[in-house]
Ligand binder design. Structure first.
Ligand SMILES: Cc1cc2nc3c(=O)[nH]c(=O)nc-3n(C[C@H](O)[C@H](O)[C@H](O)COP(=O)(O)O)c2cc1C
Length: 168
C-alpha cells in the first residue's frame, strides 16, 4: 500500500510493512491488526518476505510472540538475511506472557541486536501481555485485552506523531 500523493497522509511513512509471526493464540496478530491500519501497512509472514524487497519500505515493524525468551526463530533468521542499510527505520513489537517492559526489553534484545548490527534504526518498541496456555489457569489470560489493543493503536499513532514533530 503506497501513500504518495495524498496531502492528508503526508505524515505517514510512504510504504510500510509489518513482518509478523504469530501462532499460539494469534495474540501478536491481534496487536499487528491494530498497528497496520494506522500506518497503512501490509502484513507479511517472515517466510513470504524476500529480504531484498524490504528496501522498498521506509518503515518496517518486526513482531511475534516471545518463545523461550526471544522472538520467533523465523523472524530472527530473516533478520540474519537482511541487507545492510544505514537509515532504514524499524520498530519491534511482541505479545508475551510476561509482558512487562522490564522483562520484554530483554526478550527483544536478540532481534534488536541483529537489526542494529545491519544498520537499522530502531525508532520504538511495543510490548504487551499475551495469553499462554490452552486449558487450566494459563498465564496472562484475557490478554491482549481492550486496553492492550488501544495501547497498540496509540503506539502506531505516536510513530506518526514522532515523524511529524521531527519534520516541524
Ligand atoms: C513454546 C512457547 C514458549 C513461550 N515462552 C515464553 C517466554 O519465554 N516468555 C514469555 O513471557 N512468554 C512465553 N510464551 C508465551 C507467549 O509469548 C505468548 O503466549 C504470546 O502471546 C504468543 O504469541 P502468539 O499468540 O502471537 O503466538 C511462550 C509460549 C509458547 C507457546
Amino acid at each position: 500500500m503506497e501513500n504518495e500523493g495524498n496531502e492528508q497522509l503526508d505524515m505517514l511513512p510512504k510504504k510500510s510493512l509489518l513482518v509478523l509471526y504469530s501462532y499460539h493464540h494469534h495474540n501478536t496478530e491481534k496487536v499487528a491488526k491494530m498497528i497496520a491500519p494506522v500506518l497503512c501497512a501490509e502484513i507479511k509472514w517472515p517466510e513470504d518476505v524476500n529480504p531484498e524487497e524490504l528496501k522498498e519500505y521506509d518503515l518496517i515493524g518486526f513482531g511475534s510472540g516471545i518463545y523461550g525468551g526471544i522472538h520467533h526463530k523465523t523472524l530472527l533468521k530473516l533478520a540474519d538475511k537482511l541487507p545492510e542499510t544505514t537509515d532504514k527505520k524499524v520498530f519491534i513489537f511482541s505479545a508475551s506472557a510476561g509482558g512487562e517492559k522490564s522483562i520484554t526489553i530483554k526478550a527483544h534484545s536478540a532481534l534488536r541486536k541483529k537489526l542494529q548490527s545491519k544498520g537499522y534504526m530502531i525508532v520504538d518498541e511495543f510490548q504487551c501481555r499475551g495469553f499462554l496456555g490452552k486449558i487450566g489457569l494459563g498465564i496472562s489470560r484475557g490478554h491482549p485485552d481492550a486496553q492492550d489493543l488501544k495501547n497498540a493503536e496509540e503506539f502506531a499513532q505516536n510513530l506518526i506523531k514522532a515523524k511529524k514533530d521531527a519534520n516541524s
